[in-house]
Design a protein around this ligand. Structure first.
Ligand code: NAG
Ligand code: NAG
Ligand code: NAG
Ligand code: NAG
Ligand code: NAG
Ligand code: NAG
Ligand code: NAG
Ligand code: NAG
Ligand code: NAG
Length: 565
């Protein structure tokens, strides 16, 4: 069944390639200085500590004709300030990886990845430049990779950004990657077990040297990527961190009506020796050139400059993995269409008091995903409805010098999709829970329950398109071993609008609110842009009581009129 004809025309007329959208005349009218590049940005909270930081440039590179070429690389050594402070991973209080990039000339948005010793540290999308050029930067908390950052042995630092330069696409991306470290004045004498950064990170990626990124390409629903890994025999906790991104024919998978390009349901599955250990329905990241490129200038879509990652608790499955032999970790994408890039890092916590742990699986539930789809009979305005939901849950014990600990890990998600001629309404609700209890009656050692809600909607009207995109994620943590803030909540919503002007021009605007509220601090930002200019921007770090009721819906109601003063 093909896409309805008028609808396709509507989509196509709005999908002007990124590089041709802004005419020089419209730029001269806007307040931006045409000889200076525009700064694009993704709204995020600042990452810092009060103590001084030390900064190290890890790599400076240009990406011209780099498609399917080897990544840019540099040998990594732990920064001198860390070595001077003792060189231990536990000396790191906060590690921030900063990507700063610029591009001038016509170019499309591209995907890039950053790896250290084969472990992925950052994946992001580039910003396609307007004619006067673009600069942007992204800072990511990489403290969880402390064991890698402190490792000697000169691991290779690698950046792959596949770009294509020719007579029409002339933009070369220039990027600097810097590591900022904040060190502890007094390292913890005994770091909390299991919830401090992992002792060892095993990359589950393609090995250098190679052409292209270290991620595994998955090109169809039948595609499987796998790698054999051997675990140390004294692991007592294991978490698989997934990096995923979707491109080309599956870049906008979340908008597919049932029956078109495998419909709107995707899940990334991870198997251990053939057993389904986790399933993730990803946050529907819109890339900065996605749906309609002007919608995301200069405020980039949520998660696009710093893609979200997904943690799958593998501790209940350790029973079969502690024999020192190689075991297969495999990834697939349900309903995939060409192409997904999937990679992972296996975070392992090792028993300091023993050379071998023992483990066993107690119970396991993973019924098949439940999917439905339907289509209303109305031939004029057909409604397409689809749902999908999934549960994967496992409980297992691990006996180490910390005792006999039982871990229950549960992941669920539910997707709900409704497409009409003029609207899309998609919601993904994802819940994850991990509870580790001490068998000797010591109660809960650590637990974390995360509730995520990812709404995405659009409305086409005669001369305008409005897209509303949100991310809400709340984590409640507890337990004697827990080092995470007991309460952490992020709610951010973006409303973007593009309108046809009389005479053929386009006007556009974005409003984003961002509320982070945690036991260890808060951050609020409310920013509005009109065309390429930021017209209002308020932020504070105050923790306010009682504002919790303003959810995504309430924020959406405050959509800006495009022609703001
Ligand atoms: C535009 O930027 C250039 C270079 O920074 C500067 O020399 C010029 O004065 C700026 N023009 C305006 C109108 O701000
Ligand atoms: C990268 O660093 C070099 C040297 O400091 C600087 O000249 C260049 O402008 C930087 N590039 C970006 C994109 O920040
Ligand atoms: C440059 O590459 C793009 C993308 O492959 C292609 O559409 C375009 O025709 C190419 N331009 C020239 C002049 O080869
Ligand atoms: C499958 O999902 C549909 C829609 O959410 C629901 O009505 C139905 O009960 C589910 N079936 C099973 C077996 O869970
Ligand atoms: C994990 O805990 C949840 C909540 O108590 C429970 O519903 C589920 O059955 C447990 N999973 C397994 C595999 O035992
Ligand atoms: C650990 O506890 C589980 C259940 O609580 C039990 O089945 C298992 O035998 C225990 N393991 C050891 C080595 O004692
Ligand atoms: C935005 O740019 C368009 C031209 O593309 C122009 O017609 C419109 O007036 C601009 N809007 C504002 C608020 O500057
Ligand atoms: C965000 O800022 C706009 C413009 O200043 C204002 O109208 C709106 O009420 C603000 N929203 C919130 C949630 O503070
Ligand atoms: C922030 O979190 C605290 C709990 O730590 C809660 O009491 C408060 O209502 C929350 N405030 C907002 C604005 O969400």
């Amino acid at each position: 069944m093909a896409v309805p004809c008028i609808r396709l025309a509507l989509l196509l007329c709005l999908m002007i390639p990124a590089a041709t959208v802004a005419s020089p005349r419209s730029l001269r009218k806007s307040p931006a200085n045409a000889s200076r590049p525009t700064a694009f940005f993704e709204v995020d909270r600042p990452l810092r500590r009060s103590s001084g930081r030390c900064s190290t440039l890890l790599l400076s590179a240009s990406f011209g004709s780099t498609f399917d070429k080897p990544p840019a690389t540099a040998a990594y050594s732990p920064p001198r300030c860390l070595v001077k402070a003792g060189g231990r991973a536990s000396d790191i209080s906060l590690a921030v990886l900063e990507w700063r990039a610029a591009c001038r000339g016509a170019q499309l948005g591209r995907i890039f990845g950053v790896w250290l010793g084969g472990a992925e540290l950052l994946r992001g999308s580039t910003a396609a430049p307007p004619p006067n050029g673009v600069v942007w930067s992204v800072s990511k908390d990489v403290t969880k990779y402390a064991s890698l950052l402190a490792a000697a042995g000169k691991p290779t630092f690698a950046v792959y950004l596949g770009n294509l330069v020719n007579a029409t696409l002339t933009g070369v991306y220039h990027a600097n990657v810097t590591l900022h470290l904040y060190l502890r004045h007094t390292p913890p004498t005994k770091p909390p077990p299991a919830t401090a950064p992992a002792d060892l990170i095993v990359p589950v990626s393609r090995a250098l040297p190679l052409d292209g990124g270290l991620w595994f390409p998955i090109q169809s629903a039948a595609g499987v990527a796998s790698k054999s890994v051997a675990l140390p025999s004294n692991a007592y906790r294991a978490v698989l961190e997934l990096y995923v991104s979707f491109h080309q024919d599956d870049e906008l998978w979340y908008k597919n009506q049932p029956g078109y390009q495998n419909g709107p349901f995707r899940e990334v599955t991870a198997r251990v020796d053939g057993v389904l250990a986790g399933s993730v329905c990803p946050f529907p990241v819109i890339y900065p050139g996605g749906i309609y490129p002007l919608l995301w200038r200069p405020i980039a879509p949520i998660g696009s400059f710093n893609l979200p990652t997904y943690d799958i608790e593998l501790t209940p499955f350790l029973g079969n993995l502690l024999d020192g032999k190689a075991h297969e970790l495999a990834f697939a994408v349900t309903n995939a269409v060409d192409v997904w890039y999937v990679g992972a890092n296996l975070h392992l916590w090792l028993d300091p008091g023993g050379t071998a742990t023992t483990a066993g699986l107690v119970s396991y539930v993973a019924p098949p995903a439940n999917t439905t789809s339907s289509k209303s009979a109305d031939p004029v305005d057909t409604h397409y409805h689809a749902t999908a939901n999934r549960l994967v849950s496992a409980t297992g014990w691990v006996k180490s010098s910390y005792g006999n600990i039982t871990t229950n890990a549960t992941r669920t998600f539910a997707l709900d999709y409704l497409l009409t001629f003029e609207t899309l309404d998609l919601t993904i609700v994802a819940d994850t829970g991990v509870v580790a209890t001490d068998g000797a009656g010591g109660g809960v050692l650590y637990s974390a329950q995360t509730h995520g809600n990812f709404p995405l909607g659009w409305v086409y009207q005669q001369n305008s398109l409005t897209v509303t995109h949100g991310l809400e994620e709340t984590t409640v943590a507890a337990g004697r071993w827990s080092s995470a803030p007991p309460y952490r909540s992020l709610r951010t919503t973006q409303s973007s609008l593009v309108e046809d002007e009389e005479g053929g021009g386009k006007s556009w605007g974005v409003r984003q609110t961002y509320r982070y509220n945690a036991t260890d601090g808060c951050y609020f930002r409310n920013v509005t842009s009109s065309n390429y200019s930021v017209v209002s921007d308020h932020s504070n770090e105050l923790c306010m009581k009682g504002a919790a009721s303003a959810g995504v819906g309430a924020v959406t109601a405050a959509l800006p009129a495009v022609n703001l003063p």
